[in-house]
Design a protein around this ligand. Structure first.
Ligand code: PLP
Length: 400
């Protein structure tokens, strides 16, 4: 007899959380670790956002809010989606939750029955497949090659759709690849989706503002208005405003879906934190220079780190269009031997070798459905990045 439900036994704890835990353990043993596993900005939340939270506490905004968030925050979200994308949502089409993660989880919980399929392009954010499994669905993983920019092609999408497909997940800009779909690429995917009216698209746009390309990152709902009532757009304040600990994310989409998400939330958490919602509203409506400054810093780190990585034997990477990760190809190192005579059998062992030999912590690509790769986060200081890359270079040079 099991003491846990099948849904728990079907899933794994997040590998990034596990990696962070391993780093903490090694640090507590007194080791200096060059930590490139971190999935959150290394900046502090902007002062005016913190001040708004303090004001909310002092004003007594310390009670339950509406299930779908405070009117002020919902208005701020509607305004962001209007001014940034030209998208027009009504109040009933917005839901606010405890992070984009919770909003995505609830959207899946609200729509999946046993055996329903969710198309997840790989490399993927670690949580999508497990969230689908936890909600009785079946993830359909579609590998996307580096030659295709790690992006889903219309042909691959068409091939993955079945009568059971409920959702396609599109994470753009993506974690761990940093790849972003161009308007033309989104249009081509939309053409396929227009032939499948029962399929909805979950767009995860959490890295939309951390963007290095020309213009702005694009949203499927903007590019193909005919799909707008089938797109559930998710985003949040975690990455853009260095607010991961505040736990506020949101979803915008069809009112029936939003209402179902709200029903679940009403029984699960009642509402997200009132104080955090006040802070998130201030982040969305206040001055945006924090975003510009941090993106400038991320961009400089991206350029330096990509160059350092591409100078290392056996490794290569494509600088990402958005986000703060580099997905590094280490396939060339697999099969080589460490100075201890150990054979590097796969990306997981490669990551372990970097940690054991040079105290550099990265996350192996297999965790993201990207075997033969590893992920570097450049949401850390230039010094750590330089030292870590020197360590990786030395580790690679020692392979035979
Ligand atoms: N989506 C992607 C692609 C992410 O990388 C993350 C965080 O790592 C999230 C969603 C979760 O963000 P939140 O803090 O809003 O739950």
């Amino acid at each position: 007899a099991h003491t846990t439900a099948a849904r728990v036994r079907r899933i794994n704890p997040s590998p990034s959380t596990a990696a962070a835990q391993r780093v903490r353990e090694l640090k507590s043993q007194g080791l200096v670790i060059h930590d490139l596993t971190v999935g959150e900005p290394d900046f502090d939340t902007p002062a005016h956002v913190k001040a708004a939270a303090v004001r909310a506490i002092e004003a007594g905004e310390t009670k339950y809010t509406p299930v779908n968030g405070t009117p002020r925050l919902r208005a701020a979200i509607i305004e962001k989606l209007r001014s940034r994308h030209g998208l027009h949502y009504t109040d009933a089409q917005i839901t606010v939750g405890g992070g984009a993660k919770q909003v995505i989880f609830l959207a899946l919980m609200a729509t999946l029955d046993e055996g329903d399929e969710v198309v997840v392009p790989a490399p993927y954010w670690v949580s999508y497949p497990d969230m689908v499994l936890a909600n009785d669905g079946t993830p359909v993983i579609v590998p996307c090659s580096e030659a295709d920019g790690f992006k889903l092609t219309p042909g691959a999408l068409r091939g993955a759709l079945t009568d059971r497909t409920r959702w396609v997940v599109l994470n753009t800009p993506g974690n761990p690849t940093g790849a972003a779909y161009t308007p033309d690429e989104l249009r081509a995917l939309a053409e396929v989706l227009l032939d499948h009216p029962r399929v909805r698209v979950l767009t995860d746009e959490i890295y939309d503002e951390i963007w290095y390309g020309d213009g702005r990152s694009r949203s499927l709902a903007v590019v193909e208005p005919r799909l707008a009532d089938r797109v559930f757009l998710t985003n949040g304040v975690s990455k853009t405003y260095a607010m991961t600990g505040w736990r506020i994310g949101y979803g915008a989409g069809p009112a029936d879906l939003v209402s179902a998400v709200n029903t679940l939330q009403s029984q699960m958490s009642s509402c997200p934190s009132s104080v955090s919602q006040a802070a998130a509203a201030a982040a969305l409506t206040g001055p945006q220079d924090f975003v510009e400054e941090t993106v400038r810093t991320y961009r400089a780190r991206r350029d330096t780190t990509a160059k350092l990585v591409n100078d290392i034997p056996h490794l290569s990477c494509t600088p990402p269009a958005g986000g703060f990760y580099l997905l590094v190809d280490c396939a060339d190192a697999i099969g080589l031997h460490t100075p201890d005579g150990e054979r590097i059998a796969d990306d997981e062992q490669f990551a372990r070798y970097l940690l054991d030999s040079r105290q550099v912590a990265v996350i192996h690509g297999s965790a993201y459905g990207a075997p033969g790769y590893f992920r570097i986060s450049f949401a850390t200081s230039a010094d750590v990045l330089t030292e870590a890359c020197a360590g990786i270079a030395a580790a690679c040079a020692a392979l035979t």
